[in-house]
Design a protein around this ligand. Structure first.
Ligand code: IPD
Ligand code: CA
Ligand code: CA
Length: 281
């Protein structure tokens, strides 16, 4: 079996370097524009950081493939093949970054033969480094991570994020899903504005479940390995296996809580990351 630990070390170094670029960019004036919808923001820093990560990795691993959020937005096909593939979100939480709201991360996942091998997520504001390699556990700054073992949903804290669609029909479904989970009753529902960091909180046991429609493969790739290696489950919103390109996910510390969340959800259709053209109608 191939050992991808050297690639993981490189991912850690580049994520931390990228994080430093984000830290200095947050203090400067930002040029903000929008992509698929007026609330889907992008800044010069998003492009700069993605370019830094991909050019560094491509030089080291010329035969590898790359999926990056901003490259995809620029028209590069988002395709997961059997080749070693890096899946990159240069700045997760761009809206937070624009407001200097301190929940912003760099996320780098790595897949081979469509299987996730490792993930690195670097919290740019507080220096927390989340890492995991398949079969070797999940860590935050070197300390082993464990998910919550809670099975009782009435004791659960649930996290979610709003996708880019904000039309009234989509928002009604979004709020309906949230209402069901609030009235379970659970302890509460939180939205922090960064899918990757919310998912890291599932890995660390600070919350019991996460669900979202409208995220992308670069929001979930690294985090999925980290949660699984911390003992949790990451599945489709239908209860089946995770499909990285499906733009939907349920993650939880226990299968019991994941199944409960799955049963409450009314779906929101976002199309797929690997469909052409991007299905954000
Ligand atoms: C977004 C954030 C947001 C989530 C979106 C993501 P971005 O990522 O994680 O919290 O609701 O679905 O696309 O655009 O800031 O990288
Ligand atoms: Ca993101
Ligand atoms: Ca991003």
């Amino acid at each position: 079996m191939e050992d991808w630990s050297e690639c993981l070390d490189v991912a850690v170094q580049i994520a931390q370097r990228a994080g430093q670029v984000v830290q200095s960019a947050v203090k400067q004036e930002k040029r903000v524009s929008s992509k698929s919808t007026p609330t889907d923001l992008v800044t010069e820093a998003d492009h700069q950081v993605e370019e830094l990560i991909i050019s560094t990795l491509r030089e080291k691993y010329p035969s590898h493939r790359f999926i990056g959020e901003e490259s995809s937005a620029a028209g590069v096909k988002c395709e997961l093949t059997d080749s070693p593939t890096w899946i990159i979100d240069p700045i997760d939480g761009t809206c937070n970054f624009v407001h200097s709201f301190p929940m912003v991360a760099v996320s780098i996942g790595f897949a081979v033969r469509k299987e996730l091998e490792f993930g690195v997520i670097y919290h740019c504001f507080d220096g927390m480094l989340y890492t995991a390699r398949k079969g070797h556990g999940a860590f935050c700054n070197g300390v082993r991570l464990h998910v919550s073992k809670e099975k009782d949903v009435s004791k659960a804290l649930i996290l979610t994020e709003i996708g880019a669609k904000r039309d009234p029909a989509t928002l009604d479904i979004f709020l309906g899903n949230m209402k069901k989970l609030l009235s379970a009753p659970t302890h509460g529902v939180r939205i922090i504005g960064s899918s990757t960091l919310a998912l890291c909180h599932i890995a660390g046991g600070a919350a019991e479940a996460y669900y979202q429609y409208g995220l992308h493969c670069w929001d979930i790739a690294a985090a999925a390995v980290i949660i699984r290696e911390a003992g949790g489950c990451v599945i489709d919103t239908t209860g089946g296996p995770l499909d990285l390109m499906s733009r939907r996910v349920v993650a939880a510390g226990t299968r019991e809580i994941a199944d409960y969340v799955v049963k409450q959800l009314q779906p929101i259709n976002y199309g797929r990351d690997d469909s052409e053209p991007d299905a954000l109608a």
